[in-house]
Each structure stands twice: as structure tokens, then as C-alpha cells.
Design a protein around this ligand. Structure first.
Ligand code: SAH
Length: 213
């Protein structure tokens, strides 16, 4: 795995920055230190990997801002061994963080080139999820449901009811909901038909689209 003292220094700065912005979970901060984020973006821009900003990747998609990844992960409250469904693999960085935290991850991406590329990097750094899937995540992954946690990293216009049904009782979903601007939303399935909802600030994600590509 390619790394350098300069990149390690930048990574340390990013972690201090995340701590200042309210990411207190030590395991998540450790994941940000251990997962080489520069491998998830184009080599010519590797130092940008440790700025707290979203960055363009292929096919008009983005690698989410580090704070957003850390914040969504903190809300998800992942424990070792939990079954986690991720919709929107993208670069694969969020996937790597979840695998590092010990989750059994099922990740779905609709764009074939991103599905392939993320799989290759995750394999190289030895943070492979249980399953990488090339598909439209709106369907979820019924045959492996129910999940302890579901994380969606693309914007949903309204609550994804089909996916909420794939949560265990007491399971949690973190999803950005809205059209141009999204509210980060945390759902907890408190019983078969009852979900608790909390919202946390405004975010901007690429839209969750239909069909695979
Ligand atoms: N966590 C990723 C975020 C990537 S952006 C990262 O930090 O790299 C969101 C991703 O969701 C894009 O790759 C996009 O192609 C994917 N996406 C959008 N709609 C989808 C759908 N219906 N099913 C699966 N993936 C989807």
C-alpha cells in the first residue's frame, strides 16, 4: 500500500479537524487514521484526500466530505459483527471505514465502473466487505435482510420505505432526505410498524437514481 510521511501528516491534521468539529468516537477517528483515503481518489490529487471537502470522482459522482462520512458513521453507531447495508458504494471509502469498524458490510453501487474500481481498492487494502453488489439500491438486499444498520450515501427525495422494512427491530438507518438540500435523518425501528425519526442539519448529496448503469 502506497503511503508517505507527508500523507500521514495530512491525515493527522484531518483527524484533529474532525475532533474539533465534534467527532468524538475514538474508533471512527482511528479508522480515519488507518484507512488511506488518498487511494480512493485520482493520484494527481492525492493531497486533496485529507482536506475536509467532498471531491469529484468518476461518472459525475463524488467522494463524500470526510466530516460527512464520520458524522453518518457516528450516527449509525456501528458495533463489531453487525450486519450493515450500504447504498452508494461510490469510491468505497465509507465502505472501508465500516469494514474497519468490524461490520459485516453489504454494499450496493449502481454504476458498474465505480463498483469495479472500489472493489479493487478495497481488496488491495484488505478491507473487503462481505458483498459488493452492482445494482439499483432501491430494492435493498431482501435475501440478506434484516440488517442491524442501513446507511444511504445518496440523496433520497422521501423516506425509503422499502429499505426501512429491511431493518431489524431496534435497527437504525442514516439517510440524507430532500431535493436540492437534504436533512441528515436517523430512523430507529422501534417496533414492526413504528419508526422514530430525528434530523441533524443540512447536507448536499448526489441524487439516488433508478436502475443500474
Ligand atoms: N460514500 C460514497 C459516496 C459516493 S456518492 C463515497 O464517499 O465515495 C453516492 C453514490 O451513490 C454514487 O456513487 C452513486 O452512483 C450511487 N448511487 C446513486 N443512486 C444509487 C442507487 N439507486 N443504488 C446504488 N447506488 C446509487
Amino acid at each position: 500500500m502506497y503511503d508517505s510521511p507527508k500523507l500521514i501528516g495530512l491525515r493527522n491534521e484531518l483527524i484533529k479537524n474532525l475532533l474539533k468539529k465534534g467527532i468524538k468516537n475514538k474508533d471512527i477517528l482511528k479508522a480515519f487514521f488507518k484507512v488511506p483515503r488518498h487511494l480512493f481518489i485520482h493520484k494527481d490529487f492525492e493531497s486533496y484526500a485529507y482536506k475536509d471537502e467532498a471531491f469529484p470522482i468518476e461518472d459525475n459522482q463524488t467522494i463524500s466530505q470526510p466530516f460527512t462520512v464520520a458524522f453518518q458513521t457516528q450516527l449509525l453507531d456501528v458495533c463489531k459483527g453487525e450486519k450493515v447495508l450500504e447504498i452508494g458504494t461510490g469510491s468505497g471509502f465509507q465502505t472501508a471505514v465500516l469494514v474497519f469498524l468490524g461490520a459485516e458490510v453489504y454494499t450496493i453501487e449502481r454504476i458498474h465502473s465505480l463498483y469495479k474500481k472500489s472493489k479493487k481498492i478495497l481488496d488491495q487494502i484488505n478491507l473487503m466487505p462481505k458483498k459488493n453488489i452492482w445494482d439499483d439500491g432501491h430494492k435493498g438486499f431482501e435475501s440478506f435482510s434484516p440488517f442491524d444498520k442501513i446507511i444511504i450515501t445518496a440523496a433520497c427525495e422521501k423516506p425509503p420505505n422499502n429499505l426501512l422494512k429491511q431493518l431489524k427491530i431496534n435497527g437504525k438507518m442514516v439517510v440524507p432526505i430532500g431535493k436540492n438540500v437534504q436533512k441528515m435523518t436517523l430512523f430507529t425501528r422501534v417496533s414492526e410498524n413504528k419508526f422514530e425519526k430525528r434530523t441533524f442539519g443540512d447536507y448536499r448529496f448526489v441524487p439516488m437514481l433508478r436502475n443500474k448503469n
